[in-house]
Ligand binder design. Sequence first.
Ligand SMILES: [Zn+2]
Length: 329
Amino acid sequence: MNKNNIIIYSWFKKNYIKLINIYNYFSFKNKNFIITYSCNLNIDLLIFKWIKWIFCLNKKKYNLCNKCFNCILFKKKIYLNYYYINDDNFNINYIKNIYKNLLSNINFNIYKIVYFSNFLFNNIYINNYLLKILEQYNINFFFIFSCLDNIIIPNTILSRLFFIKIKFPKEKKIFNLLINKKCIKKFNKNVILSFIRLNNNSLIDTYKWIKNNFYIKKYLIKLILNLNKLNINKIVKILNNNKLEVNLYILITIFLDFIKYKYNIKKYLYNLDIYFFLKKKKNFFDINKIYFILNKLIFCLSNIKKILNINKKILLYDLVNFLLINLNF
Ligand SMILES: [Zn+2]
């Protein structure tokens, strides 16, 4: 096993043991859990391994027997008593059907686990239904939710779940893992660190972002610098690609960095790779204007996320017009 795998392995092992210890502690109580995390590091894999351990009929401390009925079924990818719910199959009817199945076939010797992966808790109707289920306590049903730690979970639901927080490796560890990857090696240290910060220390997301969005970021900086020299139609066209959300997110972090630079909190910059640019332009920007621009960018991004079928072109014309008036490097 190489050094990189050891870091991942030690993170995985530490958290796997933590989950098992928590489960054992609650062995005769309600077993409904909510697991939160700050970034994507294959949390589903960790939870799935934990669930397999829960199902194993002859587990030995932290290990599966690999021979029991449940272990064999899991190996064959037959999931009789395990339901996985994610974005792809998430809807109220599906959840209702699962619950009906749980109730129709109660066997007190068999556990049934429903895992809601990366759950958003953003639908009041579904939240109320889940609350109803969680209130009807049954020792054989387990409900496990995972979600990002910035998601707002209704207090009524939260109070019925045991809360577990999964911690992730620090920036330096993620950097050490990435620097040895073939396609990452060519980037300089500050570029890699910036992308780690933009992705909230997530190894998987950082890896994808460097590969897919490195040139987007370069282009956006160029765009900010030359905004007044370009035609509004051209700017809208540049921004209105299939990466509009990425564009806006990067722009927001760049303007946040302006504020951090101005207030001398450079240690926490997102985009370490634009330090030269911040330094060069520090006398050009007015802090109130930056707040104003940030407000507008955040408003655009949240509307795009919230409103389905929003007319992105109109939104962008408004945004670019606003930038042209307020941003003058
Ligand atoms: Zn087993």
